[in-house]
Design a protein around this ligand. Structure first.
Ligand SMILES: NC(=O)c1ccc[n+]([C@@H]2O[C@H](COP(=O)([O-])OP(=O)(O)OC[C@H]3O[C@@H](n4cnc5c(N)ncnc54)[C@H](O)[C@@H]3O)[C@@H](O)[C@H]2O)c1
Length: 253
């Protein structure tokens, strides 16, 4: 019996990094997985994985696109038990370099995407008598400095995801729908390699080892996927509104 046996989970941002690791892990643990992403490479990314997995092209910032994800999910699996709002982008611009278009674009994906996803699954989770929504925030929701990589809009988006999660946890607890946020520290994914680092070792030398006390000083996608799995599963049935920090000790200074 898998840890999420028989549950149907929508996982956004599933073509790479933490999302792709979560698709593989959830499918291995018995879930029906709806893997979504905006990039055309999504079907190829999930093709080698085993289990009940469908892939759906998706822009999390677009309300109509969420309608498509929900109807594909219901067609394939008949309901939705878990939503992992994982998709996100990072832009390393402070207030002086960021402009309004860039600010709105980032918030549209990282924050509005979480709102739209929540709105899309709520009626189905209510009808089913419960569910679990896991929102990917960041340590940038808690600390600044090296913890936010100098991303003004990014910090704002993740801070808002953190408080939005608590709002939902309070207002939907009576419906048995749980909401929790996950706060990764530095994790070697597409997001980090796009900053010009070819390997985890290179990225760690530049960003990890100074502030992260726990070896190997930078996480891997599976480290976060295990956090998602716990919060999606019935193992966390009495857990809502928490911030699960997975950062090798970065914010424990
Ligand atoms: N990597 C880190 O160090 C780190 C740290 C803290 C938080 N996070 C968060 O982790 C989450 C996953 O990121 P990752 O590190 O795996 O990066 P990643 O770039 O490997 O994966 C993010 C995925 O989101 C997808 N995406 C982007 N815009 C989208 C949109 N509009 N609609 C649908 N999909 C879209 C991308 O195509 C990509 O596949 C993000 O929310 C990110 O902010 C990452």
């Amino acid at each position: 019996m898998g840890r999420v046996e028989g549950k149907t989970a929508i996982i956004t941002g599933a073509a790479s990094g933490m999302g792709l690791a979560a698709v593989e892990l959830f499918a291995r643990e018995g879930a029906n997985v709806v893997a979504t992403d905006i990039v055309p490479g999504l079907p190829d990314a999930v093709a080698p994985l085993e289990g009940n997995i469908i892939s759906v092209h998706h822009d999390v910032a677009d309300s109509d696109s969420w309608d498509g994800v929900i109807s594909s999910t219901l067609d394939a699996f008949g309901g939705v038990d878990v939503l992992i709002n994982n998709a996100g982008i990072f832009v390393p611009k402070g207030v002086e370099e960021e402009d309004l278009d860039g600010w709105n674009r980032l918030l549209g994906i990282n924050l509005t995407g979480v709102f739209l996803g929540t709105k899309a699954v709520l009626p189905h989770m209510k009808a089913a008598g419960g569910g679990s929504v896991v929102n990917c925030a960041s340590i940038a929701a808690i600390v600044g400095g090296n913890g936010d990589g100098h991303g003004a809009a990014y910090s704002a988006s993740k801070g808002a995801v953190r408080s939005f999660t608590k709002h939902c946890a309070q207002w939907h607890a009576a419906e048995n729908i749980r909401f929790n946020s996950v706060h990764p520290g530095g994790v070697f994914t597409g997001m980090v390699s796009s900053m010009g680092f070819a390997t985890r070792e290179e990225a760690t030398a530049a960003m990890g080892s100074t502030d992260t006390p726990l070896p190997p000083y930078m996480g891997m996608p599976i480290d976060i996927a295990y956090g998602y799995l716990y919060l999606a599963s019935d193992e966390s049935a009495f857990v809502t509104g928490i911030e699960l920090v997975i950062d090798g000790g970065f914010i424990s200074h």
